[in-house]
Design a protein around this ligand. Structure first.
Ligand SMILES: *Cc1c(COP(=O)(O)O)cnc(C)c1O
Length: 397
C-alpha cells in the first residue's frame, strides 16, 4: 500500500481541552508568546527587526558569540559528529567527555563532576535519585528555589518544608522541628537566585548543615562563570561546605548543558540512578566543544567580571537614588521591584519603547505584590547603558 501522509488537520480532539486551558491563562492576564529575536554583541538584541539593549538574557559574559566557542563547537562536530547517538550508559563515553568532566571538577574544586543535558533535567532527576538513597529524608527548600527543584521534589513524591527566602533561622527551626526524627535531611538552595540576584550566607548554611547532620545542595545556575574565584561560582569560596553543586552551561558559559559536581561516589551513584542521565541522549559534541572552550576562557575573565559587578553597583545606586526598591541583590541580576502586576507590565512596555528589553516578572513566578522587572546585566554593556536604563526608569515614573 502506498504511503499516505496524514491529512493535515487544523484541529484535533485535544484542542477543546487546551483551548479552554489557554483561555484561563489569558483571562488571568498571563498568556505568554514567543517572539523572533537574535542576540547581538555588546549586550544588544534584535527583536522583530528592531535593536534593543538586552537586559533579559543570561548570556552574562557574551560568550555565546565568542569565536573560540564557535570554532571548538565546529571542530568537535567535525571530529565526533553531530549527535551522540544514545545515553552514555548505552553507547559508552568518549575520552573527550571524561576529560571534560575532570576539567569541570577541577574548575569547581570538587572530586568529580557529571554532565547533564540541561540544568532543569539535572535538578528534576538528581533530587529524586538522592531521595531514593536517603529514604524518608526531610527536604527543606528555600521558598524561591527554581521550578526544576520543585519538579524534582514532586517526582520523588516527597513533601518539602519551605523556609523563608535566605532565612537561616527559619531553616534551623524547620530542621529542628520537622527534621529531627527523620533518618536524613536535605537542604536545597541557590547561590544566586534567578529573580532577585541575591543569595544565602553559604558559610552559615554550611554550619547549620553540619550541626543538623544535613546534606547541602546548591544551584549555581547564575553564579557559574560570574562569581567566585576564576568565575567558579560562590560554592568555590567555601570549599568542603557544599555536598552537591549544580550549574548550567547555557547562561554565563554561553553554550548548553549542565553539570553536577561533588564526590566521586555521588557521581558514580547518579549515573546509575538519575533518570535524566540514564534515559537521555548524551550532549552532542558541538555543545561539549563549546563548554571546553568556555572553560579555557572563563578563569581569565576577571576584568569582565569586575566590569559586570561595577555595572550592577551603578544600577543599584541609581535605583536607590530614585527611591526604587531593588532587594538584596549581590550580583549581575538586579530586580526593579514595583509591586503590582500592571505596574511591572507598564514599566516593561515603556522601557521597550525606549529601546530596552527587560522581562516583567509576575506571580506565580514571584510572590503577589512583588512584581518586578528583572534586570540581567551583561559584561558587554557600558556604564552609559546602565545610566540610560536608570534614566528611562526614572523618567517614566
Ligand atoms: C536556568 C536555571 C536552571 C535550568 O538550567 P537550564 O540549563 O537552562 O535548563 C536551573 N536552576 C536555576 C536557578 C536556573 O536559573
Amino acid at each position: 500500500m502506498p504511503y499516505r501522509a496524514a491529512v493535515p488537520r487544523s484541529a484535533s480532539t485535544l484542542d477543546p481541552f487546551v483551548r479552554q486551558a489557554l483561555a484561563a491563562i489569558d483571562d488571568a492576564g498571563r498568556l505568554r508568546i514567543t517572539r523572533e529575536a537574535q542576540v547581538l554583541p555588546c549586550g544588544r538584541i534584535r527583536r522583530e527587526g528592531r535593536e534593543f539593549l538586552d537586559f533579559s538574557s543570561n548570556d552574562y559574559l557574551g560568550l555565546s558569540l565568542h569565536p573560540l566557542l564557535a570554532e571548538r563547537a565546529c571542530d568537535w562536530t567535525q571530529r565526533y559528529g553531530t549527535g551522540s547517538g544514545a545515553s552514555r550508559l548505552v553507547t559508552g563515553t568518549g575520552e573527550a567527555v571524561e576529560a571534560l568532566e575532570a576539567r569541570i571538577a577541577a574548575f569547581k574544586g570538587t572530586e568529580a563532576a557529571l554532565l547533564f543535558a540541561t540544568g532543569w533535567q539535572a535538578n528534576a532527576s538528581v533530587i529524586p535519585a538522592l531521595l531514593q538513597a536517603m529514604p524518608g529524608a526531610a527536604v527543606c527548600a528555600d521558598r524561591l528555589v527554581h521550578a526544576s527543584m520543585h519538579a524534582g521534589i514532586a517526582a520523588a513524591g516527597a513533601r518539602q518544608h519551605r523556609f523563608r527566602h535566605n532565612d537561616c533561622d527559619h531553616l534551623e527551626q524547620l530542621l529542628a522541628d520537622k527534621g529531627r526524627d527523620a533518618p536524613a535531611r536535605l537542604i536545597l538552595t541557590e547561590s544566586v537566585f534567578s529573580m532577585d540576584g541575591d543569595g544565602p550566607d553559604l558559610i552559615r548554611l554550611g554550619e547549620i548543615a553540619r550541626r543538623h547532620d544535613a546534606i547541602l545542595y546548591v544551584d549555581e545556575a547564575h553564579a557559574t562563570g560570574v562569581l567566585g574565584p576564576g568565575g567558579a561560582g560562590l560554592t568555590a569560596t567555601v570549599p568542603g561546605t557544599v555536598d552537591i553543586v549544580m550549574g548550567t552551561f547555557g547562561k554565563a558559559l554561553g553554550g548548553f548543558g549542565a553539570y553536577v559536581a561533588g564526590s566521586r561516589a555521588l557521581c558514580d551513584y547518579l549515573l546509575n540512578r538519575a533518570s535524566g542521565f540514564v534515559f537521555s541522549t548524551a550532549l552532542p559534541p558541538a555543545a561539549l566543544g563549546a563548554i571546553d572552550a568556555a572553560l579555557d576562557l572563563v578563569p581569565d575573565m576577571a576584568e569582565e567580571r569586575a566590569h559586570l559587578a561595577g555595572l550592577a553597583a551603578r544600577l543599584r545606586e541609581g535605583l536607590h537614588d530614585l527611591g526604587i526598591e531593588h532587594g538584596e541583590s549581590i550580583s549581575q541580576i538586579v530586580p526593579v521591584i514595583v509591586g503590582g502586576e500592571a505596574d511591572a507590565l507598564a514599566l516593561a512596555e515603556r522601557l521597550e519603547a525606549a529601546g530596552m528589553l527587560a522581562a516583567a516578572i509576575r506571580p506565580p513566578t514571584v510572590p503577589p505584590g512583588s512584581s518586578r522587572l528583572r534586570i540581567a546585566l551583561k559584561a558587554g554593556q557600558s556604564l552609559a547603558d546602565v545610566d540610560a536604563l536608570v534614566q528611562a526608569i526614572g523618567a517614566n515614573r
